[in-house]
Design a protein. Structure first.
Length: 180
């Protein structure tokens, strides 16, 4: 039979991944997630910037990055610059400040396209889960035809539910990106 809990777990991971990817799209407001994935050369070891500094938001469009070890300040600044975030880091010797620029209408539309592409990739991942499960059920020799069809219906119901979640998340992100 279909392991509904396992399928739900896989589909939940797709949704979590989508939310994580959405958090990297900036909406004209400062968000520490835009620094996610930036690696800093810390004593010869690539280290995630978020584990090397305190990141705060002193103003709506400003990120403040205060390193735990001041000797890593220059390397952090270099890593942020190389990440090409569309923002120039400013360094006062103790803290790096990033000012998030206002988004233009064209930039907002581009970000909405990017978010929609991410949502489509999530839908594809969900369809792949459905395909894998349907193939597994078809190959199962201990199931009758009726049981196979019942399993397919369960999986189809789940995919419809999770596709609605993807659509809702995409709509929320679009509203966030287009609101000023």
């Amino acid at each position: 039979m279909t392991d509904e809990v396992e399928i739900k777990n896989k589909m939940n991971k797709v949704i979590e991944n989508l939310e994580s990817r959405f958090s990297t799209i900036r909406a004209g407001r400062a968000n520490p997630n835009i620094l996610k994935g930036i690696m800093v050369d810390y004593y010869g070891t690539p280290t995630d910037i978020q584990s090397l500094a305190t990141i705060s938001i002193p103003e709506a469009r400003v990120l403040s990055i205060k390193p735990f070890d001041k000797s890593s300040l220059k390397n952090m600044e270099k890593a942020i610059y190389e990440a090409d975030l569309g923002m120039a880091p400013t360094n006062n010797g103790e803290v790096i400040m990033l000012t998030v620029p206002e988004l233009t209408g064209e930039t907002r539309r581009e970000y909405v396209k990017q978010a929609n592409q991410m949502a489509e990739e999530a839908r594809i991942a969900l369809r792949n889960i459905r395909q894998d499960e349907n193939n597994r059920v078809k190959k199962s020799e201990e199931l009758t035809e009726d049981e196979v069809e019942m399993c397919k219906e369960i999986v189809q119901d789940l995919i419809e539910k999770y596709n609605k979640i993807v659509d809702e998340k995409a709509k929320e992100k679009e509203i966030e990106l287009t609101s000023i």
